[in-house]
Design a protein around this ligand. Structure first.
Ligand SMILES: Cc1cc2nc3c(=O)[nH]c(=O)nc-3n(C[C@H](O)[C@H](O)[C@H](O)COP(=O)(O)O)c2cc1C
Length: 471
């Protein structure tokens, strides 16, 4: 085990009542938390007290599933829009990073560049964008498409989408806004750059109507683990969320992505890899296991089978015996990496369908005491399977409270985790450089520049105003 001099990164994935499919039924869960801002405020402040790098809001632009029999048994039918929620949380927190999911499949780059730039300003440099290409086909029906775009096309669009967004974020140099009351000139037109992007998927002139942000660019997060997803991450991402079920798979993923970065001339230190982890803390190992089993027993088979079908490529397993093996699955247009993970798990451990959905419902769950959970974290971190963890909490807010009160102090005692924030921005916490301003290669001096006033002209304020300013 090689030692590391850097510190662990921790992200809290928050939602209304917890990540477990029946978490909302737990006695310490806030069942209606999805529509309660006070609940989110409390969780954000708890995570900040625990010195988490960031909190993260996942998103799907549809109700998660249209099978009413399973949907009505989960808490996934309603949720706040993430950027709106994070804008409100920015006002009641001071240091914690604020990461929102936004899909490149059902958005336009100008909107996304503008919204995340605004969040970065509103939060004084704490915004992050989890770029996803969408896995849930129901989304397509909310945007006028009969079918979900295929996997390769989604990633092709995502790549161009990101380049446009990054170009728009560099519309203005950092010191473009001179706001010179004496001359009457608000900005320096030499520091304004028009993108003029024309590509296969997008045609975007620019410039963005938001100034360059405190972080230069909001932090880019990526959560796809297929070859195309890893490549996109290696080229552009600064943080990865990934689902890895054991240390050796996590190490292979970690090495693969960091090696790919070298192909793009990037330093491996400029991308932090955070596998998922769902901690369930008990006073003893047995108590933690009992807490988990109590939740598992609440899973109705209707819900369990749908959970598996949604993640295994929308394949209906209800015709197969619950206590029999997983059949061969056809190729999917949804998450290829997720389907493979499920098939591998079933084959490796010879699980029945029922065992598989129970296992899947508790994916990433680690039961133990504060010490054994800290041991697990330390092993993955020092073993280069992770730069930190994306923590999900099976029920909320109770499981987050447990982690912050019991596990964080143990990680701090071991010197693995910070006791104070490193600085004001998310980049400070993550140890990521602020991107230098980059003039887009497609940038030209377009009409907008041509109509700028002569920057050498002096516009003095009327005498009456000038005397007010001086007095
Ligand atoms: C921790 C984590 C969080 C994710 N969050 C979202 C999300 O909020 N919305 C979404 O549409 N997809 C989400 N995804 C899915 C991925 O972004 C990606 O689209 C999916 O894995 C399919 O891509 P792949 O085939 O490259 O793995 C998430 C994945 C992981 C591992």
């Amino acid at each position: 085990m090689s030692s590391r001099t850097d510190r662990l990164k921790l992200n809290a994935m928050l939602n209304g009542s917890g990540s477990h499919v029946v978490g909302w039924r737990h006695p310490l869960a806030h069942a209606g938390g999805n529509r309660d801002f006070a609940h989110y405020r409390q969780m954000a402040q708890t995570a900040e007290r625990g010195r988490f790098d960031a909190l993260f809001i996942a998103d799907v632009v549809a109700t998660q599933g249209s099978h009413i029999d399973s949907l009505r048994r989960s808490a996934k039918a309603e949720t706040f829009e993430p950027l709106t929620l994070l804008s409100a949380l920015a006002a009641v927190t001071t240091h914690i990073g604020l990461i929102a999911t936004a899909t490149t499949t059902y958005n336009e780059p100008y909107h996304i560049a503008r919204k995340f730039a605004s969040l970065d300003h509103l939060s004084s440099g704490r915004a992050g964008w989890n770029l996803v290409t969408s896995v849930v086909p129901d989304e397509s029906w909310n945007f006028g498409f009969e079918h979900h775009l295929d996997h390769a096309s989604r990633y092709e669009r995502a790549e161009e989408f990101y380049r446009v967004v990054a170009g728009l974020w560099d519309s203005w140099e950092d010191d473009a806004f001179v706001e010179d009351k004496a001359s009457g000139l608000f900005f320096d037109p030499d520091k304004l750059h028009v993108l003029n992007h024309r590509g296969k998927h997008f045609s975007v002139r620019g410039p963005l109507n938001v100034a360059r942000t405190p972080q230069g660019h909001p932090v880019l997060v990526q959560a796809g683990s297929s070859g195309a997803g890893r490549d996109l991450a290696a080229r552009y991402a600064e943080l990865i969320f990934t689902a890895q079920h054991n240390l050796s798979d996590a190490q292979a993923f970690y090495r693969d992505v960091k090696d790919r970065m070298e192909d793009y001339g990037r330093s491996p230190d400029h991308l932090k890899i955070l596998p998922g982890l769902t901690p369930i803390v008990g006073a003893s190992e047995a108590e933690a296991r009992t807490k988990l089993q109590a939740l598992q027993d609440l899973i109705d088979p209707v819900l369990g089978l749908r959970l598996l079908a949604d993640n295994a490529g929308d394949f209906d397993l209800s015709a197969y015996p619950l206590d029999g093996p997983l059949p061969e699955l056809p190729a999917t247009n949804r998450s290829k990496s997720r389907q493979q993970l499920i098939v591998d798990l079933a084959r490796k451990e010879n699980l029945t369908i029922r065992q598989l959905y129970q296992r899947f419902a508790s994916a990433g769950a680690v039961t133990g005491t504060a010490q054994t959970i800290a041991d697990h974290i330390e092993e993955w971190f020092h073993g280069h399977g992770a730069d930190g963890f994306n923590l999900t909490f099976p029920w909320l807010p109770g499981a987050l409270d447990d982690f912050v009160n019991l596990v964080v102090p143990e990680l701090q005692r071991r010197g693995l985790f910070r006791t104070e924030y490193e600085g004001p921005t998310l980049r400070h916490q993550l140890g990521l450089p602020r991107p230098a301003f980059k003039r887009a290669s497609s940038s030209v001096r377009g009409d907008l520049i041509g109509t700028a006033e002569d920057p050498t002209a002096t516009h003095r304020p009327p005498a009456a105003l000038e005397s007010q300013v001086q007095s």
